[in-house]
Ligand binder design. Structure first.
Ligand SMILES: *Cc1c(COP(=O)(O)O)cnc(C)c1O
Length: 373
């Protein structure tokens, strides 16, 4: 089945006695046992599992062609659970342009138990050279935040197999509709469901999806269920509701981003646009090979430095100046000032999450403020 169909039908696990067509929210934290001590409803306690979470995990696993999924209370804790599942002393090959929250976890939480290198993964020789005896995990993020680098999933899949590494991909920017890393050899896919999957900037969550229910996956499930940073029933309900329109929303996000990126590329106040859909993007061919669309989030660099970038984000009316991405409303952000003084992000970089407003209105707003710079 195709994503449009999976996201509407894969969760129809329960046929409640009341005949509900959509799944009700199960708030009960505990579930009846029978005479033999078993759990006839299939659930024991909601930290371990819950009908809404089970439905969400079923749909997300199906969308990514995985065997199983684990839904968490944030994208950050989804990634953290994977890092926690590694044996102490393990080495990670991480991307140089890595979601800053994960970089911060490695540098400030896992710095005593794990080792890691931040590598430009668009250069396979550099990745190969970073492999050590203790390397266990290669963590890829593609498209990357905020530089929109594209890493070749198939090539990394082959490299990971050759060196017997776990290959995990943060696929948040692509969503399960535009890119399925397991098809290219990834063992695990991570999404911040806060972004495109939630899609309305009103729910925080994350997910890990595994290609195989192996021993490493059991470690992650144990961390999820015993640690308890799980997605709440109402959050799962919201995410399942959002998933039903994900494929359609992604078409709109991709279409608006392409039009905006094209408009900006031709604008004299813009230095360059970082958008994988443009033929001159350094990894455009790789993006074409592994994505069915170029995504709704991109960055651009302004002439006039940080001052111009700040003036732009302050004066737009339809692009909300806020962090995050993937919502129906367009968002814009000066990345350097949120990442802090250690950031390597260019000071004149602005990141845009193209929303689902009409493109004419978005371009009008952008053109008006650019003309004032
Ligand atoms: C937002 C984001 C995360 C973290 O997810 P949260 O839900 O905010 O914890 C991880 N990776 C990427 C690429 C993101 O955009």
């Amino acid at each position: 089945m195709k994503p449009e169909t999976i996201s509407i039908h894969a969760a129809n696990l329960v046929k409640p006695a009341t005949g509900d067509v959509t799944q009700p929210i199960s708030l009960s934290t505990t579930f009846f046992r029978d005479e033999t001590g078993g759990y006839p409803g299939g659930h024991m306690y909601s930290r371990v599992s819950n009908p809404n979470r089970e439905a969400l995990e079923t749909v997300l696993a199906a969308l990514e062609n995985g065997e199983a999924a684990a839904a968490f209370s944030s994208g950050n804790v989804a990634g953290m659970s994977l890092f926690q599942a590694l044996e102490p002393g393990s080495h990670i090959i991480a991307p140089d342009d890595m979601y800053w929250g994960f970089k911060k976890q490695l540098l400030t939480i896992f710095n005593k138990t794990l080792t890691f290198d931040f590598v430009d993964q668009t250069d396979l020789e550099k990745v190969e050279a970073a492999v050590k005896a203790e390397t266990r995990l290669i963590w890829v993020e593609t498209p990357s935040n905020p530089m929109l680098k594209i890493t070749d999933l198939e090539a990394i899949g082959q490299l990971a197999k050759r060196h017997q590494l776990i290959f995990a991909c943060d696929s948040t920017f692509a969503s399960p509709v535009l890119q399925n890393p397991i098809a290219f050899g990834a063992d695990m896919v991570m999404h911040s469901t806060t972004k495109y999957i939630g899609g309305h900037s009103d729910v925080l969550g994350g997910v890990l999806i595994t290609a195989k229910r192996d021993e490493f996956w059991e470690r992650i499930k144990n961390i999820q269920q015993t640690g308890g940073a799980v997605a709440a029933p109402f959050d799962c309900f919201l995410l399942l509701r959002s998933l039903k329109t994900l494929a359609y929303r992604m078409r709109g996000h991709c279409e608006n981003a392409a039009a905006l990126a094209g408009f900006l590329r031709d604008h004299p106040k813009v230095e360059s646009v970082l958008y994988p859909g443009h033929a001159d993007h350094p990894q455009h061919e790789t993006a074409k090979k592994q994505m069915s669309g170029f995504g709704g989030t991109f960055s651009f660099l302004l002439r006039g430095g940080e001052a111009a970038a700040r003036q732009l984000v302050n004066n737009l009316k339809l692009f909300a100046q806020a962090t995050s991405l993937g919502g129906v409303e367009s968002l814009i952000e000066h990345r350097f000032s949120i990442e802090g003084p250690d950031s390597k992000t260019p000071r004149n970089l602005v990141r845009v999450s193209a929303g689902l407003e009409h493109i004419d209105d978005l371009i009008e707003d952008m053109g008006r403020v650019l003309a004032e710079l």
